[in-house]
Design a protein around this ligand. Structure first.
Ligand SMILES: [Zn+2]
Length: 350
């Protein structure tokens, strides 16, 4: 049965994509790193690999759906601004609000489809969302796409795990669900860069204590560190939490070729991390896995990681070129141990 707001262009036999050409129309400012060519490069690679199929067309999120995570005053300010800035790198133009609503709608509708059908999907959206909080945007983000999708599932009585593999801490997502036990937020990020949040000791508050998990990596952490964090922190916590659906905030800016950060994941490291997450979703929540695009600013790395992920979700592989393994010994050990100490009261991580 078709899901509300999604028009099928293809069969439902395989994991699907969500995409809309309007996502290309978002231009924050000329020469901005969060640029239309990011999504164009992803689509071009998917087309070249024969993977740009089963693409669902989204509709904009409705205001009540967005109000679950953003305050009405912020939404009115953003909608009425027309030209201005949410922060110096997050410019608003007359079309920005509508495109941001479409990105949020795409992520929400993809999640509903995944939950209904029990197979994974990838939401190819711009602008990204994880830095947008209850009453602010910033860091190239306007509305928090993944948070809107998660809150929609919580409203239907479900428990959601959000795994944020972007190189930056998702301060917006973290704050939105800080006191919420129905959403588990787990973030791997380079600690100390923008936005400055995401210490291991920030475990959430009130009912949400223990459900906010930060793994604060330092420069140079790559494949060995991320996979150790996955083995020792992420998978055990997700298995214990038993979510009904897993949402991944997929930023590809932890890649060693990314110009914005100093993390060092390879393309193979990334795709394996997503493939392992998909197996986890198969085990704990009936393949209900949504991968939503966040950052990632080196176009070939971004394109091959996303296409490689789509291929693996469909049971195939593509050739990856940016596979230099820089972090072999696991430089992230201190970060993993800090997370373990911060969470030993909440989870069995031994
Ligand atoms: Zn990022």
């Amino acid at each position: 049965m078709p899901v509300d707001g999604l028009k099928a262009r293809g069969t439902f036999s395989r994991p699907v994509l969500a995409y809309d050409p309007r996502f290309i129309e978002h231009v924050s400012s000329p020469l901005h790193v969060e640029r239309p060519q990011r999504l164009e490069a992803i689509v071009a690679r998917l087309v070249a690999e024969g993977l740009f199929t089963d693409v669902l067309a989204p509709t904009p999120a409705a205001l009540p759906e967005v109000r679950r995570v953003h305050r009405a005053t912020f939404l009115e300010f953003f909608r009425d601004l027309k030209e201005g800035f949410l922060d110096p790198e997050t410019a608003v133009h007359p079309e920005t609000f509508d495109i941001a609503l479409l990105a949020a709608g795409a992520t929400l509708q993809t999640t509903r489809a995944v939950v209904d059908r029990g197979s994974p999907a990838v939401a190819l959206v711009r602008p990204p969302g994880h830095h947008a909080g209850p009453d602010y945007g910033g860091g190239f983000c306007y509305l928090n796409n993944v948070a809107v999708a998660a809150a929609d599932q919580v409203a239907q009585g479900r428990r959601v795990a959000i795994l944020d593999y972007d190189a930056h801490h998702g301060n917006g997502t973290s704050e939105i669900f800080a006191d919420e036990a129905s959403v588990l937020y787990v973030s791997t990020h380079q600690y100390g860069i923008y936005p400055g949040t995401g210490a291991a000791e920030d475990v959430g508050m009130g009912e949400g204590r223990g459900f906010n998990v930060n793994i604060p990596f330092t420069a140079g952490c790559g494949d060995a560190s991320f996979h150790a964090a996955y083995d020792e922190i992420i998978e055990p916590i997700v298995r214990a939490y038993r979510p009904d659906v897993i949402l991944v905030s997929l930023g590809v800016d932890a890649h060693y070729r990314d110009p914005l950060t100093s993390l060092a994941l390879s393309s193979a490291g990334y795709v394996d991390l997503l493939a392992r997450t998909a197996r986890l979703a198969k085990d704990v929540c009936g393949r209900r896995l949504v991968v939503a695009l966040e950052g990632g600013y080196h176009l070939p790395a971004l394109a091959e990681v996303v296409a490689g992920t789509v291929a693996r979700l469909r049971g195939s592989r593509i050739d990856l070129e940016l596979t230099q393994a820089i972090d072999l010994e696991g430089k992230g050990r201190p970060a993993i141990e800090a997370t373990r100490r911060a969470h030993e009261a909440f989870w069995n991580l031994r």
